[in-house]
Design a protein around this ligand. Structure first.
Ligand code: SAM
Length: 353
């Protein structure tokens, strides 16, 4: 069973059918979630109609972020992010389905005119390889005739060179990676590549907000072999604790389960499926200065400010001097903060705080 082809066909069926319904019989539509109505009002209707998410990771974005949405689909999360990150920020959507991509791109220009700025870009790519821009690759391949092995080797070298010298998403270039009900759709043996790619493209201190379905126990083989359940966002889900463990193993810190449905959205035999939204961040590689301590404000407010005007922004790593750090650590406010240099693995070796 070729998972990628099945998922491609499944979402082409959805996006091209008049009501956005599934072409595959038993597959379920991923649950929609509540969004800020003011942000939603700006999003074109046919994009909203093709929302197949199971959470709302867009609410973890901040003004000025470079935000990347993996498996952007019709583009709804990107159109919302574009408003949150504002004219100083950028939003990049990546999807492997050309029909989805065409829909997401179709409203870019009028949407930009409506906002008064254009900060959206959509790429054709697979999220387990964020260096390869498939449109650029296709351009390189087209017009070449392969007559012998040397031609083939030369083409391979060109594609490799393109990935390395002009990657679709560069290392350490993104502030926030979001994804909404997509990681489950990636073939089991490529899932880890997705998480490693997220880690690669995030700048140190950059954040993730991932919404996805998870299961209470490992999904049994017979469900994994069901194409409709794959497309419906069930067969390929991580077992919940395994999802959190793998994120920690990849190196993310401060993993927090922000939302958890609590009750299963679907039960098949003993397997219960529900959606979760998690946030975490990529640690800084090294302590920037031995006199400073890295502090990360958890929220719930967008930012807080002390009487001197020093600000801590939610999800952003801030360097504070040791005296301030000591005061914060012993204040009633300490539960709202991560003191990153106190945590095991704070040099970036990977630990979920
Ligand atoms: C369940 S829909 C979610 C779409 C969107 N995130 C939303 O919230 O509506 C899954 C999307 O992920 C895309 N997708 C699935 N696997 C992918 C992969 N390996 N690389 C890129 N896109 C992928 C599909 O083409 C589809 O558009």
């Amino acid at each position: 069973m070729n998972i990628k082809d099945i998922v491609l066909q499944g979402y082409t069926d959805r996006v091209t059918s008049p009501d956005g319904a599934m072409g595959l019989e038993a597959a379920q539509v991923c649950r929609m979630d509540a969004y800020d109505p003011a942000l939603l009002r700006q999003v074109p209707k046919d994009i909203i109609d093709r929302d197949y998410g199971c959470g709302n990771p867009s609410k973890y974005a901040q003004a000025g972020d470079v935000a990347l949405d993996l498996g952007s689909g019709s583009g709804k999360i990107c159109y919302i992010l574009a408003q949150i990150v504002g004219p100083q920020g950028h939003v990049i959507g990546v999807d492997m389905n050309k029909d989805m991509l065409a829909l997401s791109r179709s409203h870019q220009k009028p949407f930009g005119d409506q906002l008064g700025y254009s900060n959206l870009r959509f790429f054709w790519g697979t999220i387990d390889d964020l260096a390869t821009d498939l449109e650029a690759s296709e351009e390189t391949v087209s017009g070449r005739s392969l007559e012998n092995l040397d031609d083939y080797t030369a083409l391979q070298d060109s594609l490799k060179d393109q990935r390395e010298s002009n990657p679709m998403i560069a290392d350490n270039s993104v502030d926030l990676v979001v994804s909404n009900c997509v990681i489950n759709l990636v073939d089991t043996d490529r899932k880890l590549n997705v998480l490693q790619e997220i880690f690669r493209v995030l700048r140190p201190g950059g954040r993730i907000a991932l919404s996805d379905n998870v299961s209470n126990i490992d999904v049994p083989e017979e469900l994994k072999n069901d194409p409709e359940l794959w497309v419906g966002c069930y067969s390929g889900v991580y077992q919940e604790q395994e999802f959190y463990r793998v994120l920690c193993d990849v190196g993310f810190a401060g993993l927090t389960v922000k939302e958890r449905a609590g009750v299963p959205e679907k039960t098949i035999g003993a397997v219960e499926f529900q959606s979760v939204t998690v946030t975490a961040f990529k640690p800084l590689e090294a302590v920037t200065s031995s006199d400073m301590t890295r502090v990360l404000y958890k929220g719930p407010w967008t930012f807080v400010s002390d009487d001197e005007g020093n600000q801590l922004h939610r999800g952003k790593i801030t360097l504070v001097d040791k005296t301030t750090a000591r005061q914060l650590r012993h204040s009633a406010f300490s539960e709202h903060l991560f003191f990153l240099d106190d945590q095991p693995g704070s040099n970036g070796s990977g630990c979920c705080g």
